[in-house]
Design a protein around this ligand. Structure first.
Ligand code: HEC
Length: 301
């Protein structure tokens, strides 16, 4: 009866872990659908972590089942253990540990010894404690002392309250830092990068993240043509950078902040400026206002 409840508990834990991972995977799929392929790396990671957690739980479950099976087989195993040649082999000793015989550690097979008392016909074997239990107990003593010293004597460890205060302070610092750098209306004063390495890096970022909407050559698909002189949001490098960083989310342009580093965003912006005037095939019709390469609007003819 006890055994059966034990299996049920393990099954319950396992199934909740698996449904949890399925839910997260679904969420991940929905998220990637919405912001393709922006959030992919982040959500893929969570899905993978859940999958790994699920697999670990499965392995633990199988091991526990095996252990339960062995545990049920103890009477049979004990009979096997009583065969002398088996008892003296290394695997016999390992079996002995499982059955609660210290022979594996002491090197000596302990015969059954009576405790030497008899109360109303009730007698008792003077058996050793099962080694796994005894040594586990010693470990808890060592752990207990180390814990006490770490947290209460040397105070090298933070108690939960101090840990909480520390984390709150850190979060406040981080928020302040982010806030300062994160005002969309604060102009940046970057210069377009021109080094071949940066343009190459920008090209790679573009091919991986932007080509789906803007075309492999920047000719435009869902998103506008990025090779012509017409801009919806400005063609000066800091304006392009701003569009890339904060996106135009209501119009389907992803905000890349947090998905690409500042350097990558500047590299891809510079790459876009480097493909100005390349006239790719299947170019999308111009959108927005015409601007000269400097980013200043061109006087209408
Ligand atoms: C999910 C589709 C999609 C992806 C992916 C995407 N864009 Fe866009 N992008 C758009 C759309 C749609 C617009 C037009 C927004 C508007 O109408 O205001 C746009 C506009 C832009 C503009 C402004 C163009 C102008 O005329 O002012 C730039 C610059 C730009 N994207 C760069 C990028 C870069 C760089 C990447 C990759 C890091 C990228 N985009 C990825 C859809 C996308």
């Amino acid at each position: 009866m006890l055994m059966r409840r034990w299996y049920l508990g393990a099954l319950l834990v396992l199934s909740s872990l698996l449904t949890g991972s399925a839910a997260v995977a679904q969420e991940a799929a929905a998220a990637t659908e919405a912001a393709k392929p922006a959030a992919e790396s982040g959500t893929n990671l969570t899905a993978m972590l859940w999958l790994m957690g699920g697999l670990t739980a499965l392995i633990i479950f199988v091991l526990l089942m095996l252990f339960a099976l062995l545990w049920q087989m103890r009477p049979l195993l004990r009979k096997v253990y009583e065969i002398e040649t088996i008892r003296e082999s290394w695997y016999g000793r390992a079996l002995g540990l499982f059955l609660g015989d210290t022979v594996g550690l002491t090197g000596k097979y302990k015969e059954d010894v009576m405790a030497g008392h008899d109360y109303d016909g009730i007698t008792e074997y003077d058996n050793d404690l099962p080694p796994w239990w005894k040594y586990g107990f010693y470990v808890t003593i060592v752990f207990g002392i180390a814990y006490f010293v770490h947290y209460h004597v040397s105070e090298t460890g933070q108690l939960s309250d101090a840990e909480y205060q520390h984390e709150m302070a850190e979060a406040a610092m981080l928020a302040a830092k982010l806030g300062a750098n994160d005002d969309p209306n604060k102009p940046t004063d970057y210069k377009a990068l021109t080094a071949a390495a940066d343009i190459e890096a920008g090209k790679a970022v573009f091919a991986q993240n932007c080509a789906a909407c803007h075309g492999q050559a920047g000719e435009g698909k869902v998103g506008p043509n990025l090779t012509d002189e017409y801009w919806l949001h400005g063609g000066e490098v800091n304006k392009v950078y701003k569009t890339v960083k904060y996106g135009v989310t209501t119009k389907g342009m992803v905000a890349w902040k947090g998905k690409l580093s500042s350097k990558q965003m500047l590299q891809v912006s510079s790459y876009i400026l480097s493909i100005q005037g390349t006239n790719p095939a299947n170019a999308k019709a111009p959108q927005g206002e015409k601007e000269a390469a400097s980013g200043k609007p061109v006087a209408k003819l």
